[in-house]
Design a protein around this ligand. Sequence first.
Ligand code: GLN
Length: 489
Amino acid sequence: MFSFHSIEEYHRFLDANPDGCQVAVRHYLSRIEENKSLNAFLEVFAAEALERAKWLDEKRRSGGARGKLHGVVVALKDVLSYKHHRLSAGSRILENFTAIYDATVVEKLLAEEAILIGRNNCDEFAMGSTNENSAYGNVLNALDPSRVPGGSSGGSAVAVQAGLCMVSLGSDTGGSVRQPADFCGILGLKPSYGRISRYGLVAYASSFDQIGIFGTNTPDIALVLEVIAGADDYDSTAAAHPPPLPRPEELEAGKGHKFRIAFFKDALTHPSLDPVIAAQFETYFERLRADGHTVEGVDFEYLDYIVPTYYVLTTAEASSNLSRFDGVKYGYRTPDTGEDLTSFYKKTRSEGFGAEVKRRILLGTFVLSAGYYEAYFTKAQQVRKILVDRTSLLFNDFDIIILPTAPTTAFPIGEKKNDPIAMYLADIYTVYANLTGIPGISIPLFRHSNGMPFGVQAMTNRFKELSLLQFSHLMMQQYKSYENPTLCD
Ligand code: GLN
């Protein structure tokens, strides 16, 4: 019986098993089949994955050099372009669209010999926090199928949570990797803006979007990050010379480190925060202090501005990005072509987009409109700049900022579906990292009295993934009191 604990251990298993990649792929294919009701996959690349596993096994037998992700079984959020494969972004408007090129991250995964097992369900155009906005049905949380898995990368989170792949990629514009990781009891990293090329990622809000990684342990996350990060001629926002990423031995070295940690006082006393989570954070801070780290509450007067700022700026960017879906060049086209071009566009877009996407296009168009541009869009840009400046000052005195990842644990499906404001407000702790471009990770440390997991969100200064992953590694080894029962052998 195959079981997965880490890529390193899997690679040792492959040393001793000439058919190891095929064994792993068969294992995951049968687990995906058994867990179909979770709706985590929109498509499984079964035949192709098996064929690739066979090729990798043969390559190993013939003594060929191995890629860094040799045989690692990876799932992709359905917003990443994989040549000759469907790409729907969870939307009807792209239902029959086939990708014509590989995203840079896909190219890099393949070059290091990963096996891509399928594409994951997600909220339409990555807009949402529960996966209820997918045109292809909810994804269910494997720990409690009556609850949401989080979103928008819910399918990718559940794929790792339920042991349907080893690691997966998602995208995080305002928390879409960290929040579902939190709801599912796994690790979810959003790297610094500019760490990973966005080429081939379906754009939601381009100055916020970043590809992120789900996994079960820090070394796996660090390894995948090392593979997919880097400059790219096709994305000028991917940093040309970023500071280096951690090497495996550097993760261990972090264990002797005493971190200077800040938290926002208002965040921990915020009325939306579940009291059980708040109390656990108090205990956690005490333990960190007892272990020699410094933990200080700081005043951060902008907390209540970050969600409105995020929703003004991201909807503005989305309204522009999504204007390309017009039924002319590709994607869904209304059968009723009407009398003129304008009514053709209107019909195509009304029929092709779901309610949340329409809401955001309308909001974004409004905040960019001539009469309101200064009051909303310009103002929000100014707030973003203040946040960036304040954040870089904070990092003069601290290594890490800690916040909860989400104000509650995973909630029942349907609870917030018809209340967009409540849904947006729940992004209070995650959108900050996207507004400022800093990296953040959700670390699954605790279990709530309701049985569901919840994590700690750690953030560092921009491009300080080294210290972020060292901290994460330390937490996973010494502070984790939650064991995920769905990560079964
Ligand atoms: N929940 C946030 C939103 O709906 C985050 C989305 C994301 O990160 N893609 O905008």
